[in-house]
Design a protein. Structure first.
Length: 156
């Protein structure tokens, strides 16, 4: 498992990080199970950023708007472990993938990617409540929603 960074599609000579690929989708509308620049959900953003890096993760076949709600199994945690390995206990760093619980439920319901922010660390994610790909600082409120941190695959 790994990825090969490629040069920016914008023609810059610099090698881009996975979070930088994800940032290219800022403002893309939310679309449940979306996997194109015309519409994405939180898993779709991860899938497109991975593909842009030259890595093809296993994709989720079908899931409801709250992937774990009906089954009682934490499907997002299973998905992340399949693609990224077990969660880490070290401090978050750019490119890590966050497993989050947005509501007071027993199971996770969201994923996001860690990226730099002028005030520390931020996250990029497709956020259904604001209906687009968004960028936020990871503040205390958002940090309490994080239930797992998964490292992006090492460069090959």
């Amino acid at each position: 498992m790994g990825y090969d960074s490629k040069q920016s599609q914008r023609g810059a000579a610099a090698i881009m990080e996975p979070w930088e690929y994800a940032m290219q989708y800022l403002g893309v509308p939310f679309l449940h199970m979306g996997r194109t620049p015309q519409g994405l959900d939180c898993v779709g953003l991860l899938v497109l950023a991975a593909r842009d890096c030259g890595w093809e993760p296993t994709d989720q076949e079908y899931y409801g708007r709250e992937p774990s709600k009906r089954s009682g199994i934490d499907r997002l945690a299973e998905y992340l472990e399949l693609n990224l390995g077990p969660p880490v206990t070290r401090a978050m760093q750019p490119n890590d993938v966050l497993l989050m619980r947005l509501r007071r439920t027993a199971l996770s319901s969201h994923i996001a990617m860690v990226c730099p922010h002028p005030e520390g660390l931020g996250m990029i994610h497709t956020y259904g409540e604001i209906k687009r790909v968004a960028y936020h600082r990871i503040d205390a409120y958002r940090e309490r929603q994080i239930v797992g941190v998964y490292p992006w695959p090492a460069k090959s």
